[in-house]
Design a protein around this ligand. Structure first.
Ligand code: PMP
Ligand code: GLN
Length: 380
């Protein structure tokens, strides 16, 4: 056919959410909270609308929001970004990622991705005419890690970009200081840009410090950092995020962004600016989600699932081989229909067919939802 996107299918998140709904299952598949955001945030949206903030904001975003983002980055990572020229508000992280890839990846350029990889990277690279070069994370016992020697081996003169994600969806791994050192050795003296998906920057556990590309002066100069208020303030449906990058990179990004969405809805931006400046919610997020993680993991230990580590994000991956021999996708469908709990198969995050007998649960749920789901999982 003349499809520009042959073979592309509906994303696994839509598929599993639909199946979950059809079978009235508890949806621990697609990642989103089942609890509401801070009511103050809603009041701030209403206040913004009533104050007449309802027309186009400036193309790169409301200055108040860009200033608040710059302040937050400075506080979190001791790193200065100029709000005027280095921060752009986007329609969620997804649009930031796609626009960044369309901006910098020329036809035939190679982009290294680390698998398992969030499902929008590959199609975005394809739309840009780029060639994805996947490097698979490896397992040391139960611990996923990036084999940096293999990353280094896959670099060629055509490599334009390396996409990283920490804290990592779906494995819950976080970049360590050793990873950062290896990364620097890989990209030094190259023209490689780092597209750093840091949407879970504030969901990191056990007192670990998020290794943002912003906090390393050497990496910062070649990095485009993406984040999302959906994850940070429990509003995934608002689809507001941002990209932070050095001036020249931001200027190029904006050339494409202005014809992609032009700008992002103004009342939400105004509300988020207020909230980011005056609430402490994002600083309290590690403790908030760690409590959920600890409860979920503790109870899962009383099931036949085998837990993989979770150092960040609101995802917990598990092995299910003691329960079933089904391939991942079939197992996920079977569990949704038979046990009434939806999950995401790990294979959805790979380009080539894989099967490691692993599925992912989302624990961004009310205590009562987790309790109910765990009761069902205990019967397996
Ligand atoms: N990157 C990762 C790793 C994600 O998990 C998500 C959310 N599922 C996104 C990007 C997209 O974020 P947004 O909803 O803000 O577009
Ligand atoms: N990021 C979410 C996840 O990983 C889902 C995003 C989406 O539905 N596209 O589950």
């Amino acid at each position: 056919s003349d499809s520009k996107f042959p073979g592309e299918v509906t994303t696994i998140f839509s598929v599993m959410s639909k199946l979950s709904q059809q079978h009235q299952a508890i949806n621990l598949g697609q990642g989103f909270p089942d609890f509401d955001c801070d009511p103050t945030l809603i009041e701030r949206v209403t206040a913004a609308m009533q104050a007449g903030i309802n027309q186009y904001p400036p193309m790169p975003g409301l200055p108040t929001l860009r200033n608040a983002i710059a302040e937050k980055i400075h506080k979190a990572y001791d790193s200065a970004y100029d709000a005027e020229s280095e921060i752009t508000v986007t329609a969620g992280a997804t649009q930031a990622l796609l626009t960044a890839i369309l901006t910098f990846v020329h036809a035939g350029d190679e982009v290294i991705i680390i698998e398992p990889a969030y499902d929008s990277y590959l199609p975005s690279i394809r739309l840009a005419g780029g060639i994805a070069k996947p490097v698979q994370m490896e397992l040391d016992g139960n611990r996923y890690f990036i084999p940096w020697d293999k990353v280094k081996q896959s670099i060629t003169p055509r490599t334009r970009m390396l996409i990283l994600n920490s804290p990592h969806n779906p494995t819950g791994t976080v970049l360590t200081t050793e990873d950062i050192q290896a990364l620097k050795d890989c990209v030094r003296d190259s023209r490689i840009l780092i597209l750093s998906d840091e949407v879970y920057e504030h969901i990191i556990f056990d007192g670990q410090i998020h290794a943002s590309m912003a906090s390393d002066p050497e990496l910062k100069t070649r990095s485009l950092i993406v984040s999302s208020f959906g994850k940070t303030f429990h509003v995934t449906g608002w689809k507001v995020g941002y990209i932070a990058a050095p001036k020249l990179l931001s200027a190029e990004f904006r050339k494409v962004h202005q014809y992609n969405v032009f700008t992002v809805n103004s009342p939400m931006q105004a509300a988020l600016a207020e909230h980011l400046s005056h609430s402490r919610q994002h600083w309290e997020l590690p403790a908030f989600y760690q409590e959920k993680r600890d409860y979920f993991r503790h109870k899962l230990q009383q099931t036949r699932f085998e837990l993989l580590p979770c150092h960040g994000t609101y995802f917990q991956s598990v092995r299910y081989r003691d329960i079933s021999d089904l391939p991942e996708r079939e197992f996920a469908e079977w569990m949704t229909k038979k046990a009434g709990v939806a999950c995401i198969p790990m294979s959805a995050f790979y380009q080539q067919p894989t099967d490691s007998g692993v599925v992912r649960f989302c624990f961004a749920k009310r205590q009562s939802t987790l309790e109910q789901a765990l009761q069902r999982l205990q019967t397996l």
